[in-house]
Design a protein around this ligand. Structure first.
Ligand SMILES: [Zn+2]
Length: 299
């Protein structure tokens, strides 16, 4: 009898031990989730400015005293980019990401390197003999700027925001647009996708590589200036952006943004903004929701 009681007591102790262990584990998980949700400091914001640089791309991200630029726009809009960097008082950039070696994305890199102290220049995966690109590389080297080639899966922190390179690969064909570095930025619960000039082929690759929920976003920098070679219905059905921003020149000769793109975005309920209509577009998020900042309120 005595030993039976002891076994009972032991198993009761084991049971209690297990219950405590499970409780501790649950507490740890809750804390991890809470920590993730509150990783954005109180009152902090991430600002995304899709700069008005005509028919080209330059997107400025700012949070706290950290800043990052995705592409540098065409040299035809050098003065617009200069004015924007002065307006936002940018004299230091933690990262400058060049998505792909087309002039409308890398044209003002020299100006950026001259105007701001750049900690890291993230280069596109490129195997091209482009003279503009080659010049940028040699200038960056001369200026002693640290460069790194984009790589799929690369992650870096930028203030309270986390940046991941979803894709950086040479295209299967000779379409340089499809070598675009695609970025996924998370800030609190907000997910922002920056597509460069990625076209439908690359969107298809993304759909094959990632779970649908990983591509589900709140904000989309629409690929290839609103060309119908990008922003496929299949990709939109998964990305389902709440807000979509298009960088396209006013009265551009390509007719961007194309009707099919606007339809694909409308079909998933996205609010679409285009620099051709609004000029520079600034969005702010506190990590919970994202909204457009009016131009007269610092946008
Ligand atoms: Zn472009």
């Amino acid at each position: 009898m005595a030993s039976k009681t002891r076994v009972k007591k032991l198993s009761a102790e084991l049971y209690i031990g297990r219950a405590i262990a499970l409780l501790l584990l649950a507490l740890l998980i809750c804390r991890a989730v809470a920590a993730y949700a509150s990783s954005v400091r109180d009152g902090a914001r991430l600002y995304v400015s899709v700069l008005d640089v005509g028919q080209s791309d330059a997107i400025l991200l700012r949070t706290g005293d950290a800043a990052m630029l995705i592409d540098t726009g065409t040299s035809a809009c050098e003065e617009d980019l200069r004015a924007a960097l002065l307006y936002y008082k940018i004299d230091r950039l933690d990262y400058v990401v060049l998505t792909h070696p087309h002039e409308d994305h890398i044209g003002n890199t020299r100006l950026v390197l001259q105007m701001a102290e750049v900690s890291q220049l993230v280069l596109p995966v490129a195997d091209v003999d482009d003279p503009v690109y080659t010049l940028i590389l040699s200038e960056a080297e001369q200026m002693g700027i640290s460069t790194v080639a984009a790589e799929t899966g690369q992650r870096f922190l930028f203030g309270d925001a986390a940046v991941e390179v979803l894709l950086a690969a040479l295209p299967e064909d000779d379409n340089v647009n499809n070598s675009s570095t695609v970025l996924r930025v998370t800030y609190g619960t907000q997910v922002l996708l920056f597509m460069g000039d990625a076209e439908a082929e690359l969107e298809h690759t993304l759909l094959e590589m990632y779970a649908p929920e990983y591509l589900d976003c709140d904000f989309l920098k629409v690929g290839h200036h609103g060309s119908d070679t990008a922003t496929s219905a299949a990709f939109m059905a998964v990305a389902t952006p709440t807000v979509a921003a298009i960088s396209a020149g006013k009265y551009n000769s390509y007719g961007f943004p194309h009707k099919a793109v606007l339809e694909n975005l409308a079909a998933v309920g996205a609010n679409v903004f285009c620099t051709a209509d609004h000029g520079t577009l600034t969005f702010a998020t506190d990590g919970q929701e994202l909204r457009l900042v009016p131009a007269n309120k610092g946008g």
